[in-house]
Design a protein around this ligand. Structure first.
Ligand code: NI
Length: 173
């Protein structure tokens, strides 16, 4: 496994609609492994393939938060939301591509998601709580959408300006 570089917003690769994957090849499993390692290292609870420059429909996540609980690394290929609850939840969201910026985002509280797993089998599961927020946030990435796209334009522009500055500072290091 190896760590991948996480792309920081703004970047055209974060605005693209990603292509579905066909077969779950060893290369794709390696990508998913690398993404999980990169996510745990960050640390974060979710990561989408475009955030490491791969414009493919693949997300990874692990929202287990309890101290000492077993990890639950998940890799979802071609994930699709098949149902959303009417009830909504507001979470203070962040994103590894937008470091140190957080904002409240309202989303359906529960979602049902279908995806292809490591072994190429189609699966479906219902998510709630942090898992529901995370899976929707990550699937958004596959459609070129960021959590700041839910904010008012002024707030979004402010965050984007901070990121441009951050990237300039990092480039100088
Ligand atoms: Ni994100």
């Amino acid at each position: 496994m190896s760590l991948r570089n996480i792309i920081i917003h703004p970047d055209p690769r974060l605005k693209k609609v990603c292509a579905p994957v066909s077969d779950i090849t060893p290369d794709l499993r390696k990508l998913a492994d690398d993404m999980l390692e990169t996510m745990y290292d960050a640390p974060g609870i979710g990561l989408a393939a475009p955030q490491v420059g791969e414009l493919k429909r693949l997300i990874v996540m692990d929202c287990v938060k309890e101290e000492g609980a077993a990890l639950r690394p998940m890799a979802l290929f071609n994930p699709e939301v098949t149902w959303v609850s009417e009830e909504t939840n507001i979470y203070d969201e962040g994103c590894l591509s937008i470091p140190d910026q957080y904002a409240d985002v309202e989303r359906p509280a529960e979602v049902r998601v279908a995806w292809t797993d490591w072994d190429g089998n189609r699966r479906e599961e219902q998510f709630d709580g942090l898992w529901a927020t995370c899976v929707q946030h990550e699937i958004d990435h596959l459609n070129g959408k960021l959590f700041i796209d839910y904010l008012k334009p002024l707030r979004r522009q402010m965050i984007t300006r901070k990121m441009v500055k951050l990237k300039r500072e990092r480039a100088r290091m």
